[in-house]
Design a protein. Structure first.
Length: 699
C-alpha cells in the first residue's frame, strides 16, 4: 500500500487544476415519486426537461471589500510590502493597492479603481482617480510605494499619505521593449518584482520577459540594466557571469541585504545571488531546470517556480509557489529547508509548519517576528510566526472563499462540494439560504465524526440517495458518507492518505484520485480517475469492485469490463440501466451497461484545424454530466452546455457560446457562462455551477 506522499503529482495536479478551474461530476438522489418516475441522485428519470431560460440562482461570490481582518476580502493579492505600521498589497486582477493596518487590522483601498484597468496617473484621469493594469511587485521607502505594472510595463509611484499616483519609469503608450533611459524613455517587458536599496536611493526590478535585472535611480528615473537582459525576443538562460553576461529565465522575486541582491529565477527553479558592487551573478540554491521540492544544500535542493523573497539576517525565505510551500535558505551555506506547507498540496488551512496549506502564494514581507504572505490562490493574507520554531501559520486578513466543484439535489435542497473552504454546503431551493452541512471552513483533513470535528481535504464529486450524501475526497482517495439529517461523516470506502486500485470492502478497498460519483439508490458508481477505471460500491456493505476499465490502460477502446479503456473519466450519471461517463481527454461520452460492464462510445468528437490554424470543427471537452432519463446534459470546458438525446446520440448546444465568456442570463440562446462546473436536476430545473461561486438555473 502506497502512502499519499508518494501520490502521482501528474494526476493530482491535473485533477486539482481541472477541479479548481471548472470540473465536477453530477449527483443524483434515489426515490420513487407518486407519478411513477424514479429519482436518482437528483436526476429524475421519466420527465423530459423543457429548458428555455437561464437565471442566476445563487452567487456572485466574494467581491473585494474593505473591512477588518477576516471580514475584508481580496481579489488576486500579489505583491506585499510594509512600512512597519501597515501592510500594502497589490491586487493583480482587481487593479488596486490595498492597505492593512497591522494594529487594528483595518483594510482600505489606497489607490486604483476596483475592477477597472488603465494607465492614468492621478492628475491625468477625468475623475481624479488613477488606474492600474496588472499591478504586481511592490516596495516602499516609508513615504511612497513603488509598483511594478505588468500590463502597462511601467514603474508607478504611490504617495502613502495621499494615494496620489505618478509614473516613475516606462511608458504605457509604448509596446513592451528593452531599453535603458530616463523616465518614459526606458522600456520594460512585464516588470514583476521590485525592492528598494538599503540607502533608499535605488530600485531593483526583475524585468521578467527581458530576463533582466534593472536598476532605477529614484530621484532621476534613470534606468540601467544591472544583470541579464537578452532582449524581449530572446529566451532566457541560466548562465552565471558578470552583469549582462549572466542569464536568467523569467526572474520573479527580488530582495537585498545592502550588499547583495537575491533573485528568484522562477523558470530556472533556482535562487540567484548578485553582488551589487561587481554585478557578479552566481547560483545560491537549486539546479537550473530541475523542478522539485527537495531540501538540501546548494544544487542538491530543488524548487518549483519560486517567486517572493524576504531576508531576515542570514535567512532567506522563499515563496515556493509551485510547491505551495514556504522555504528557508541560509545565505551563508545555501542550505534549504521547508518551513511551512506540504509540496504540491494546496489548501487554506492554518496550523503549525507542515500542517498549514497555501494555494499558489506569491509575495512575502516581514514585520517583527512574522512573515506575511499574499496567498494568491486563496485570496488571503497569511501570517507565519518564524520567530518561533513551530512556524505557526494563521490567516491574517481576507475571507476564505467558496470554490464550488460539484452539485447534487434531493429536490428540496442543493448540496455543493466546496473545495475552497473544504466543506459541504446545503442550499434550500425555495429560499437560496446556504449553510455548512459538514466540514470546517479552511481546515483540511480526513476526520470522521459530527459537524464539530469532521474534515475534508479535497471534496470533489457529490451525489445523494435522499438520506445520505456521498462525496469523493479525491486526494485522500476515499469515499465519504454524510447523513443529511445530522451532517455526521463516515468513511464508506478507501483509507485516508493511501492510494491504489485494490477491490475490497470498506478500508480494504483502494482508489486513486476518485472524482465523479452517482447512485442508483443501491450502489454508488465512481470515476476512479487516477486508475482510469469505473468502480462500483454497494452502499449497504461498502464492497468495492471494478466495473469497467483497467488500471493504467489509458485509451478509448470500447469493450466489456477490463477490455475497455478510458482516457480521463470525470463526470458520471445513471438512468438506472446504464452509466454515462464524461471521458474528458477523449472528448467523448461513454455508455456502460451496469449489468454487464459493456462500454460503448455514445458520442465522440474531435478538434480539427484548417491550414491557417483556425478551428474548423469542435465538440466538447466534457466535464460533468446529468440526465432526465431521456437526455444527457453535459458541461463543457468551453463554457457551453450540451444536450444529447440518449436514444439517437444526437447532440446540440443547449446554452452558452464557445467564443464568449460572461454571466448573461435570459433565454438559452443568449446565456453566457464563465467557468462551468457541476450539473444536476430536480426534474424541473437544471442547476449548473459557474464561475466558482455561482449557481445558475435553466428551466
Amino acid at each position: 500500500m502506497h502512502m499519499l506522499k508518494q501520490f502521482s503529482s501528474q494526476v493530482v495536479m491535473a485533477l486539482l487544476l481541472c477541479a479548481t478551474m471548472l470540473l465536477s461530476g453530477c449527483g443524483n438522489s434515489s426515490s420513487h415519486d407518486s407519478d411513477g418516475t424514479i429519482q436518482m441522485g437528483g436526476a429524475i428519470q421519466g420527465n423530459e426537461l423543457v429548458l428555455e431560460t437561464t437565471a442566476t440562482f445563487l452567487g456572485g461570490g466574494n467581491q473585494p471589500a474593505d473591512g477588518y481582518r477576516t471580514s475584508a476580502s481580496f481579489e488576486s493579492p500579489y505583491g506585499i510590502t510594509s512600512d512597519g505600521d501597515s501592510l500594502y498589497v497589490s491586487e493583480m486582477y482587481n487593479n488596486t493597492i490595498r492597505k492593512i493596518e497591522l494594529a487594528s487590522g483595518e483594510v482600505t483601498t489606497l489607490a486604483g479603481v476596483a475592477g477597472e484597468s488603465g494607465a492614468d496617473d492621478s492628475s491625468d484621469s477625468t475623475d481624479g482617480l488613477a488606474r492600474f493594469d496588472l499591478p504586481l511587485g511592490i516596495t516602499t521607502d516609508g513615504i511612497s510605494l513603488y509598483v511594478c505594472e505588468g500590463e502597462n510595463n511601467t514603474i508607478r509611484r504611490v504617495e502613502l499619505a495621499t494615494g496620489f499616483v505618478s509614473t516613475l519609469a516606462g511608458n504605457a503608450d509604448e509596446d513592451p521593449g528593452f531599453a535603458d533611459g530616463t523616465g518614459t524613455a526606458a522600456q520594460f517587458s512585464n516588470p514583476n518584482s521590485i525592492v528598494i536599496s538599503a540607502d533608499q536611493q535605488h530600485l531593483y526590478v526583475t524585468d521578467m520577459r527581458n530576463h533582466a535585472i534593472r536598476q532605477i535611480v529614484i530621484n532621476t528615473g534613470v534606468v540601467t540594466t544591472l544583470a541579464g537582459g537578452s532582449g524581449s525576443e530572446a529566451n532566457g538562460g541560466s548562465a552565471d557571469g558578470i552583469g549582462t553576461e549572466a542569464q536568467f529565465n523569467t526572474p520573479n522575486g527580488i530582495v537585498t541585504d545592502g550588499i547583495n541582491l537575491y533573485v528568484a529565477d522562477t523558470y530556472n527553479h533556482t535562487i540567484r545571488k548578485i553582488v551589487l558592487a561587481t554585478a557578479a551573478v552566481t547560483t545560491l540554491a537549486g539546479s537550473a531546470q530541475n523542478a522539485g521540492a527537495d531540501d538540501g544544500v546548494g544544487p542538491a535542493a530543488s524548487f518549483r517556480t519560486p517567486r517572493g523573497l524576504f531576508l531576515t539576517g542570514e535567512d532567506l525565505y522563499v515563496v515556493d509557489a509551485g510547491n505551495n510551500t514556504l522555504r528557508k535558505v541560509v545565505t551563508t551555506t545555501g542550505e534549504v529547508t521547508t518551513a511551512a506547507g506540504i509540496p504540491m498540496t494546496s489548501g487554506a488551512s492554518d496550523g503549525i509548519g507542515v500542517v498549514a496549506r497555501f494555494d499558489d502564494p506569491r509575495g512575502i514581507v516581514g514585520v517583527g517576528g512574522n512573515l506575511y504572505l499574499s496567498d494568491y490562490g486563496n485570496n488571503l493574507i497569511r501570517s507565519v510566526e518564524v520567530s518561533t520554531p513551530e512556524n505557526s501559520v494563521v490567516t491574517f486578513a481576507g475571507v476564505i472563499e467558496h470554490q464550488f466543484v460539484d452539485i447534487a439535489t434531493d429536490g428540496t435542497n442543493l448540496y455543493v462540494s466546496d473545495l475552497g473552504t473544504g466543506t459541504i454546503q446545503s442550499i434550500k431551493i425555495a429560499t437560496g439560504e446556504m449553510t455548512t452541512l459538514s466540514g470546517r471552513l479552511g481546515i483540511s483533513g480526513s476526520t470522521d465524526g459530527d459537524t464539530s470535528v469532521s474534515l475534508f481535504n479535497t471534496p470533489m464529486g457529490i451525489t445523494t440517495d435522499g438520506t445520505n450524501l456521498y462525496v469523493c475526497d479525491s486526494s485522500e482517495c476515499t469515499i465519504r458518507q454524510i447523513s443529511i439529517a445530522s451532517g455526521a461523516v463516515t468513511t464508506l470506502a478507501g483509507s485516508a492518505g493511501s492510494y491504489g486500485s485494490m477491490d475490497g470492502s470498506g478500508s480494504g478497498a483502494e482508489f486513486f484520485a476518485p472524482y465523479g460519483i452517482t447512485t442508483d439508490g443501491t450502489n454508488l458508481y465512481v470515476t476512479d480517475t487516477g486508475n482510469l477505471t469505473i468502480r462500483q460500491i454497494v452502499i449497504a456493505t461498502g464492497a468495492v469492485t471494478t466495473l469497467a476499465g483497467s488500471v493504467g490502460n489509458r485509451g478509448s477502446d470500447d469493450g466489456i469490463g477490463a477490455a475497455a479503456s478510458f482516457k480521463f473519466p470525470m463526470g458520471i450519471t445513471t438512468d438506472g440501466t446504464n452509466l454515462y461517463v464524461a471521458d474528458n481527454a477523449s472528448n467523448s461520452i461513454r455508455q456502460i451497461v451496469i449489468a454487464t460492464g459493456e462500454v460503448t462510445t455514445l458520442v465522440s468528437s474531435f478538434i480539427s484545424f484548417d491550414p491557417d490554424g483556425e478551428t474548423e470543427s469542435h465538440f466538447m471537452v466534457p466535464m460533468n454530466i446529468t440526465t432526465d432519463g431521456t437526455n444527457l446534459y453535459v458541461t463543457d470546458f468551453n463554457n457551453i452546455i450540451h444536450k444529447i438525446v440518449i436514444a439517437s446520440a444526437e447532440w446540440t448546444t443547449l446554452a452558452g457560446n464557445t467564443q464568449l465568456r460572461g454571466s448573461t442570463d435570459g433565454s438559452t440562446s443568449v446565456a453566457l457562462f464563465n467557468g462551468l462546473g457541476g450539473i444536476t436536476t430536480d426534474g424541473k430545473t437544471l442547476y449548473v455551477l459557474d464561475s466558482y461561486t455561482k449557481i445558475r438555473s435553466i428551466r
